[in-house]
Write a protein that binds this ligand. Structure first.
Ligand code: F6R
Length: 365
């Protein structure tokens, strides 16, 4: 049932506060510490881990990119994110001290399942982040951290993605606290902050009408670029896949610093560039990248936190996200990107919930 929404995708976008809440809250103690014992994940499995591999496909893989940044920042343990269809045909380096995290909404994606089996054969510790209860990936993993997003019907993944992020944040904080790379107080602060994402996500959904109007201006465009740095770049990858799959507009995600190594030649008068600039550490660098594209005539859709002061000359449209700490900006930024893809597609008249050539669960290679 669409509950009065015109499409499942929009309904699922609006279900995100609840999906995040249900995924996070049951796994937090009264003192704001993560507790994965409810998922029967014993603390001892984290003791000897010296390497983490995250494998997944598509949007789930993009969630993994955020997971990598978190684990490396908090634990200083090397993490690689592997596209499952590539990983399974390589000769990955894994042993019993490797934690392999497999991420999948459906729990049935063939390549992701094959990479899980490969990890098990190598003796790695396997933990999956899955939405569908009792699915094959959930059954075959040593440990499962379920996303409580509820059924996702639209082909384009939305609430499953932010629920996957929720699990990755919880897992990273838990892991870091167990390994004492963050103190109990720091951990409690991180968790407190993570809970504040729920109202921030609710506020982001109120940007709906504004983003609808921006989407309307994109309907005649055939190529679009997403640029960002750090966590924002990972979000650009997600923004780009979402737009492509449902609107059929070609788009590319670019690390903003890479533009001048090739892509800048494609930026001409009227080419839309979504510039995501939520990370304060690289904010001045992003602004100079935005000036580079603006100077070549790009139509800039700038996404920042509310607190940023920006020069009116560098953008055509501006989406101001509710303020969060930099580390949590992926939640609000993801939702703005989802709404932009959704409305652009609706105005182009495409079949939003069931885009051509795509299936919800990809059980073939
Ligand atoms: C994009 C999308 C796909 C899936 C991918 C993996 O919106 O939905 O990229 O994320 O096919 O699917 P799961 O998560 O079921 O393994």
């Amino acid at each position: 049932q669409k509950n009065g929404y015109p499409h499942f995708m929009l309904k699922e976008i609006f279900e995100q506060p609840e999906a995040i809440r249900s995924t996070i809250l049951p796994r937090i103690t009264m003192d704001n510490l993560p507790d994965l014992s409810v998922d029967q994940i014993p603390n001892r499995i984290f003791e000897k881990v010296n390497r983490v591999i995250i494998t997944a496909c598509g949007t789930a893989m993009h969630a993994g990119l955020i997971g990598r940044a978190l684990i490396e920042k908090l634990l200083r343990i090397p993490v690689v994110v592997e596209i499952a269809s590539e990983f399974r045909y390589q000769e990955p380096i894994m042993d019993e001290n490797t934690l392999v995290i497999t991420i999948s909404q459906s729990g049935e994606t063939a390549d992701t399942l094959a990479s899980l089996r490969l990890a098990k054969e190598a003796g790695a510790v396997t933990l999956s982040i899955v939405n569908v209860k009792g699915s094959t990936i959930a059954r075959e993993s040593d440990y499962v951290l379920y996303t409580h997003a509820g059924p996702e019907i639209a082909v384009a993944s939305t609430k499953a993605y932010t629920a996957q992020l929720s699990c990755l944040y919880l897992l990273s904080y838990h892991f870091a606290y167990l390994r004492r790379t963050i103190t109990k107080e720091q951990c409690a602060e991180y968790i407190q902050e993570l809970k504040s994402v729920i109202p921030a996500v609710e506020q982001t959904l109120q940007l709906d009408k504004k983003i609808d109007a921006i989407g309307k201006n994109l309907i005649c465009k055939e190529d679009l670029f997403f640029i960002g740095r750090g966590l924002d770049y990972a979000l650009c990858c997600e923004g780009s896949i979402k737009l492509k799959e449902i609107s059929y507009i070609h788009s590319e995600a670019y690390a903003a610093g890479e533009l001048k190594h090739g892509t800048l030649s494609l930026i001409t008068e009227g080419v839309p560039v979504v510039a995501l600039a939520t990370q304060s550490k690289v904010y001045p660098k992003m602004i100079s990248n935005i000036r580079e594209v603006k100077a070549r005539g790009a139509e800039v859709i700038l996404i920042t936190n509310e607190r940023q002061e920006i020069n009116r000359e560098i953008y055509d449209y501006h989406i101001a996200l509710p303020n969060t700490s930099d580390i949590l900006a992926p939640f609000t930024a993801a939702i703005a990107m989802q709404l932009l893809s959704y409305y652009t597609s609706v105005h182009r008249g495409s079949n939003v919930d069931q885009p051509r050539n795509l299936a919800k669960a990809v059980t073939v290679e």
